[in-house]
Design a binder for this molecule. Structure first.
Ligand code: NAD
Ligand code: ZN
Length: 364
């Protein structure tokens, strides 16, 4: 199945399927034949599992640059090491990069591709559920110790090859983390779809068909938004649902300690509480949603580890913060997101309400 992403700067497709790596890479034959070098960026965990099948199925000769596993690769040092590698391999503007891994490898590779010699083409080959989100839409970034994704660029890939066979080795925690972004896509787009997700006995053990169906749906939501607003001037902000408070939890914990999607899940509950005030979300819905998250094993303990003031310093670094106010994406109802300015004082009140709710529901 090919899902088009007609971003203004560059249109491309997400080829989602199973066992189609060779065929999908070959579909770029023309562009690849012009390249002087193909470099695959991956991470050590992914490479350990897939070195052999990937090498056997990748239809062209390539060099590989192996990064540390997960979020640890999104640092300036690894960014610099990657550039050094490309220079040492005598790469040029005609070289072609591939990001084979989760969102972290994808974000780092995309940023390297955006900046090496002012830009070389790259293809995303995501290997996590979460990366149905991160591999689409052209946001690339590395972290700074003072904030997540603080250094980056909008830079679209030539294409996305999503072979869901790679997802079979995902640990449960990564399935959970990735499904949080699927749930986010449902919350901001479609009440019926959200209900279907909430009705699964467990979202961690979907069949391959169910998983593919939900990932396709998530990619369509993302593609649709990116097509309308590539650089986040308007509707793209909706994709940050749950991310403002979530990023603060993620950053305060130390990058990689709390999985991205786990932090986003906490942030979504926070955003739902705010949506009760500014939208038509009911408290019973928020509670039901929290129970759904808990029944699927999403951890909320990270909230207890920090005071609101500790989180606030990270909240204020949000890229959407303006003049001491924070911008939150809220829901009028499921499927109807909007952006709302919230004062620091109100953020504090809501943080208090979240802690109260967690005491009631989660920590007994
Ligand atoms: P990740 O890349 O850190 O991968 C999670 C872990 O799973 C890592 O340890 C990795 O080595 C391992 N892994 C990856 N694929 C595997 C597989 N098939 N089998 C077994 N293990 C595997 O994390 P992620 O959750 O994919 O992505 C999170 C990152 O994505 C964050 O940095 C986040 O900021 C970013 N993100 C970016 C966007 C965007 O639009 N660019 C959107 C959402 C998230
Ligand atoms: Zn995210």
């Amino acid at each position: 199945m090919n899902i088009p992403v007609k971003a203004r700067s560059h249109a491309y497709e997400v080829q989602i399927g199973s066992g189609h790596l060779t065929k999908a890479v070959q579909s770029f034959k023309e562009e690849i034949s012009k390249a002087d070098r193909l470099i695959v960026f991956t991470d050590e965990h992914v490479w350990k599992i897939y070195k052999e099948p990937f090498t056997n199925n990748f239809p062209f000769p390539f060099d590989v640059f192996v990064l540390p596993g997960g979020e640890a690769c999104k640092t300036f040092d690894h960014y610099f090491a990657a550039q050094t590698f490309l220079l040492e391999k005598k790469c040029t503007r005609k070289s072609f990069l591939f990001a084979f891994g989760g969102g972290a490898v994808g974000d780092l590779t995309g940023f390297v591709a955006a900046t090496f010699m002012r830009g070389v083409p790259f293809i995303q080959i995501p290997t996590t559920i979460l990366a149905h989100d991160s591999a689409v839409g052209g946001k690339t970034a590395i972290n700074h110790p003072l904030g997540k994704n603080m250094i980056g660029a909008f830079y679209q890939p030539e294409g996305v090859i999503y072979d869901i066979d790679f997802l079979e080795s995902l640990p449960q925690r990564e399935i959970r983390s990735g499904m949080a972004e699927v749930i986010k896509h449902a919350l901001i787009s479609d009440e019926k779809w959200l209900q279907q997700l909430m009705d699964y006995p467990s979202i961690l053990s979907l069949s391959k068909e169910q998983l593919e169906h939900n990932l396709e749906q998530g990619i369509r939501v993302k593609a649709n938004i990116v097509e309308q607003d590539e650089e986040e001037h308007s509707v793209r902000k909706y994709l940050n649902f749950g991310h403002t408070y979530g990023h603060a939890i993620e950053a305060a914990s130390g990058f990689g300690k709390v999985a991205h999607g786990e932090a986003v899940m906490i942030g979504m509950v926070y955003a739902l509480l705010l949506s009760e005030r500014y939208g038509d979300i009911t408290h019973s819905f928020t509670k039901k949603f929290l129970q759904f998250a808990l029944s699927n094993g999403y951890p909320f303990e990270a909230v207890r580890k920090f005071t609101f003031d500790e989180l606030l310093s990270y909240l204020m670094k949000d890229k959407k913060a303006e003049y001491g106010h924070l911008q939150f994406v809220l829901l009028r109802k499921v499927g109807q997101p909007f952006v709302q300015k919230i004062s620091q004082q109100e953020c504090r009140e809501l943080d208090h309400l979240l802690r109260k709710l967690l005491e009631e529901v989660a920590y007994d």
